[in-house]
Design a protein around this ligand. Structure first.
Ligand code: SF4
Length: 373
């Protein structure tokens, strides 16, 4: 029912774009949507087709399953094979390691389960806790997610609800450092720079919309925190174009005020600080991004599977399957259909790389809905 409004915003975008091009001297206005859910909206609703050719909407690194390093999955598989029960979210169940294509290798938790290991899909950390309490079997929860998921872990640890037989393997990532990494990369490699960022509304409900303020302050590009309806994304684009045209480069929380506040959810932040330390984290195919992850702090070290079971990440080299360009897709330097394996060796039914697994992965989204270009 919002078609007339979408048409009106598209019309404004079309009229404003040449003025922005003239004013900035850029030949392209590249806008990064950080979140996999924004990419879903953009592609599913064909929003790229509504953009003038000078406005390019690129996906960003906002898919937690896509960026979980192969060595984390390998560690989980090893534990499952060694007799631990491993709880995982459904998204990570089929997530392939770098070895999954090799003969006689167990290359995913799904394959470990098929080989007889005790791997269980949990819909939430609470479900895993309830299940683990039933029989006291040594178990590990594969903790994937961004800031949206971390409070659900932190609150349960802080309230003492996690049983002693359930350890936690953290692969939690923080969104803002990765978005900053991507923007810096585009700038450093002399690609068309990113001219604006659409930040994730749901993450911002936790960390606070102001967490995206560093883009205008440090990088002089506008940032908008937006919801996930097509109108939200279109309005985000329009706000960025208006900022570029007027030169009033700022952070805007225009479209998500209904749930996102400037400071975020202070209770959730307090619990996260109480339970987790900010750590350097490996992003799959990308490498280590400083201070971009969370791991259990010393107080909760008895639950920390890495510490207690002596699990290490491998020294990072290149942890994608051969030919997979998921790292480039994740950083917005390649589109999914530029990967030669897209919809050939790699499909949603048989994912070759991690961006084809979760519905937040750009390759999986493009596979289902087309590029919308
Ligand atoms: Fe990787 Fe598959 Fe995407 Fe290619 S299409 S980048 S192999 S996930």
């Amino acid at each position: 029912e919002n078609t007339p409004l979408a048409a009106k915003i598209s019309d404004e975008i079309a009229k404003l774009t040449p003025k922005v091009i003239e004013k900035t001297g850029l030949d392209k206005i590249k806008i990064m949507n950080f979140c996999g859910s924004h990419e879903w909206t953009t592609t599913h609703y064909g929003l790229r087709a509504l953009m003038p050719k000078e406005v390019e909407l690129i996906p960003g690194p906002g898919c937690p399953v896509c960026v979980t390093p192969s060595s984390d999955i390998e560690n989980m598989i090893k534990l499952a094979i060694d007799g631990y029960r491993v709880y995982t979210f459904g998204d990570a169940f089929r997530l392939p390691t770098v070895n999954h294509y090799k003969k006689d290798q167990i290359g995913s938790l799904a394959m470990a389960k098929a080989a007889g290991a005790d791997v269980r899909i949990a819909y939430s950390f609470v479900d895993a806790i309830e299940d683990a309490k039933k029989d006291n079997k040594p178990s590990v929860f594969f903790g994937i997610g961004f800031e949206t998921t971390s409070p659900s872990y932190a609150v349960l640890f802080a309230k003492g609800k996690v049983p002693k037989n359930l350890m936690f393997y953290s692969s939690i990532k923080l969104t803002a450092p990765a978005a900053e990494y991507a923007v810096k990369l585009h700038k450093a490699t002399k690609r068309t720079p990113v001219s604006g960022v659409i930040g994730p509304g749901h993450v911002s409900t936790i960390i606070g919309a102001m967490s995206w303020d560093f883009f205008p302050v440090k990088y002089k590009i506008p940032a908008v925190v937006s919801g996930f309806e097509p109108i939200d994304v279109l309005t985000g684009v329009l706000v960025i174009l208006k900022d570029l045209y007027t030169g009033d480069i700022k952070f805007t929380n225009l479209e998500y005020k209904r749930v996102t506040t400037i400071k975020g959810n202070l209770y959730a932040q307090e619990k996260i600080r109480e339970v987790f330390d900010v750590v350097d984290a490996i992003w799959r195919g990308i490498g280590t991004i400083p201070k971009s992850g969370l791991d259990l702090n010393e107080k909760y070290s008895e639950y920390n599977a890495r510490l207690q079971l002596g699990l290490k990440e491998k020294p990072w080299d290149y942890d994608l399957p051969p030919g997979c360009r998921c790292n480039e897709v994740t950083l917005g330097t390649a589109y999914p259909d530029e990967c030669p394996l897209f919809m050939k060796a790699c499909t949603p039914a048989r994912p070759w790389g991690p961006c084809m697994v979760s519905m937040e992965g750009a390759c999986a989204v493009w596979a289902r809905f087309g590029s919308s270009q």
